[in-house]
Design a protein around this ligand. Structure first.
Ligand code: NAD
Length: 357
């Protein structure tokens, strides 16, 4: 695996994005989101997504440089339409408005529907953390074939529907950021495993005819397989509620098959924002969280090499490691990126220079 400095991947991603219709501003925001996902260790949502985005643009399922539309505004409740634009940019912009409204109202419901892939949902939690607020995000995924089997089922009926909960840092502890797919694994992780030629753990996948398998390629070739639910009936229940909260309350729609599909990746997201200072004394809150984190992390570890962590810590550790040693990109992903760059007309010497491939 080759390793690249974050800035090099940023420049490369920006070049692909501007060559396919994004303004420099949009390209910068999307490229930064992708590379930050790689830095956090979530390669499934990093620059390896670019070939998929280019193919979504070709299908008309992703439209670069569209404006965010505010379609419903009741003060503390608002809904935006992303008009199939880059979710990474539009969700970021919608969050800026929602955070401002939360300063005024203390509590906000913000729906964003019809944005193309919003990427790593944790990045919106990070915006909230920076503002000293608390947030809950529920996301569904439509426009695409289903990927995840319901509990007791062996065929896919919904997608990897991520949730994210964010709580600000205190003087004694780091921010707490739980950001995860509600399936056993994210689809992008299956792409990464397939590209590396790796098998996945047992009880993660069903093949196209409903038989259990460890081969990640079943998610990418017909007849398509399915990822299993996280935590059996419990994860299935949470994923189902992502359909209800994100799909229904934003007005965007669920994955039920009567809704048309263009084969892109469209996310709808319901966000609840809370200004904690309206509820409790901030200093007390900070002390309480620090004490809780210390107590929980003090639990004896089952394996002394693997201490108890709190959500958000693995990404912080990965960021500092990859910030120093570079971001690893496997050969298949690297080749796919080079092919995509050539396909969109980026000069060969520039591609070679950017990725050293
Ligand atoms: P994951 O399985 O790596 O879980 C990540 C979460 O678990 C993080 O909050 C992390 O801090 C926490 N965590 C990991 N190890 C921990 C430990 N030992 N102790 C405590 N907490 C720990 O992630 P995932 O489910 O594969 O999701 C990856 C990314 O994919 C997320 O950023 C998610 O938003 C994104 N995603 C996006 C979409 C979309 O449609 N936009 C769909 C699915 C997933």
């Amino acid at each position: 695996m080759k390793r690249f400095p974050a800035e090099q991947l940023n420049t490369f991603a920006e070049a692909i994005l501007t060559a396919t219709g994004s303004s420099r501003r949009e390209a910068k925001i999307v490229a930064d989101h992708l590379v930050q996902s790689n830095l956090a260790g979530h390669d499934s949502h990093g620059i390896g997504m670019l070939p998929t985005y280019v193919s979504s643009i070709e299908k008309g399922a992703l439209v670069p440089d569209v404006e965010l539309q505010l379609i419903l505004d009741h003060g503390a409740m608002m809904v935006f339409d992303g008009c199939r634009g880059y979710g990474q940019r539009l969700a970021r912009e919608a969050m800026v408005v929602a955070i401002e409204r939360c300063r005024e109202n203390g509590l906000v419901f913000m729906g964003l529907r019809n944005a193309h892939h919003m990427g790593r949902i944790g990045s919106y939690g990070e915006q909230v953390i920076e503002a000293g607020m608390v947030s809950l995000h529920f996301v569904n995924v439509v426009d695409h074939r289903p990927l995840v089997a319901p509990y007791r089922g062996t065929a896919a009926r919904y997608s990897t529907n991520p949730i994210c909960f964010a709580m600000p840092a205190t003087t004694g502890s780091a921010p707490i950021l739980l950001d995860m797919a509600t399936s056993k694994v994210a689809l992008g992780k299956m792409r990464v495993a397939m590209n590396k030629g790796e098998e996945v753990a047992a009880e993660t996948l069903f093949g196209g005819t409903g038989q259990p398998t460890t081969d990640p390629s079943v998610m990418f070739v017909e007849p398509y397989g399915a990822i299993t639910s996280l935590g059996q009936h419990k994860g299935y229940g949470i994923a189902f509620f992502c359909e209800l909260l994100a799909g229904v309350l934003t007005g965007g729609g669920t994955i039920q098959p009567e809704n048309p599909q263009m084969g892109g990746i469209v996310n709808h997201m319901s966000t609840i924002l809370i200004d904690p200072q309206r509820l409790v004394d901030y200093q007390w809150m900070e002390q309480e969280i620090s004490a809780l984190v210390k107590y929980v992390k003090g639990a004896p570890a089952e394996d002394s090499e693997l201490p108890v962590l709190v959500a958000g810590e693995p990404e912080m550790m990965m960021r500092s490691e990859r910030g120093c040693s570079g971001i690893p990109v496997d050969e298949t992903t690297c080749n796919q990126l080079v092919d995509t760059a050539r396909q969109v007309g980026i000069e060969r010497s520039l591609v070679e220079n950017l990725l050293n491939c």
